[in-house]
Design a binder for this molecule. Structure first.
Ligand code: HEM
Length: 135
C-alpha cells in the first residue's frame, strides 16, 4: 500500500522512499528474499475442513495461529482445526521483478515510491525522535 491505495499484505510504503538511497529501494523490489529486507517468509495452511490458505504468519501460540492471507484478510485458526502447516522462507513478494520488468519500469517504480513519500505527512520512521519532542 502507498498513500492509501493498494493492499494490506506488506508494510505501508507511503514514507518508504523518503530517506532511502535509490539503490536500496531498487534492491528491495528486485531481491525481496534478502534477509536485510525483512522477509517474513510464506506459510501455507491446510485446515481439516479442506481449506488451503497462503499468506504471512502474524502470530502463533501453542493453540492457535493467525494468518493474513494474500487478500489481506486475517484468519484466526485453532491448531486443532489445522491439518498441515508448510513454512517457506521465501518472501510472498515475487522474486522475479528484476527480469520481468524493464530497467525503465523499475526506474518508474523507484521514482513513484520516492515521489509518494515526498507528499506523505507521517513522521519519518528513520528519524523517530523521543516522544516528548513536540513539533
Ligand atoms: C511492483 C510491485 C511492488 C513493489 C514496488 C513492491 C515494493 C516493496 C518494497 C519496497 C518492500 C520493502 C518494504 C520494507 O522493507 O519495509 C516490499 C516488501 C514486501 N512486499 Fe512488495 N512490492 C511489490 C509487489 C508485491 C507483491 C505483488 C506482493 C505479494 C503478493 C508483495 C509482498 C511484499 C511483502 C510480503 C513484503 C515484506 C517483506 C517480506 O516479507 O518479504 N510485494 N515490497
Amino acid at each position: 500500500m502507498a498513500a492509501g491505495a493498494g493492499g494490506f499484505i506488506a508494510s505501508d510504503l507511503s514514507s518508504y522512499g523518503r530517506s532511502r538511497p535509490v539503490e536500496e529501494i531498487r534492491e528491495a523490489i528486485i531481491k525481496p528474499n534478502q534477509p536485510s529486507n525483512g522477509s517474513r517468509g510464506t506459510v501455507t495452511i491446510e485446515t481439516r475442513a479442506g481449506q488451503t490458505l497462503t499468506g504471512v504468519l502474524r502470530n502463533e501460540d501453542n493453540f492457535s495461529l493467525q494468518l493474513q492471507s494474500l487478500d489481506g484478510a486475517f484468519h484466526l485458526l485453532m491448531k486443532s482445526d489445522v491439518a498441515s502447516v508448510k513454512r517457506d522462507s521465501n518472501s510472498l513478494m515475487p522474486a522475479d521483478y528484476g527480469s520481468t520488468l524493464s530497467a525503465g519500469d523499475l526506474n518508474d517504480l523507484v521514482s513513484f515510491l520516492i515521489s509518494v513519500a515526498q507528499h506523505d505527512k507521517s513522521p519519518d520512521p528513520k528519524k523517530t525522535e523521543p516522544s516528548d519532542e513536540e513539533e
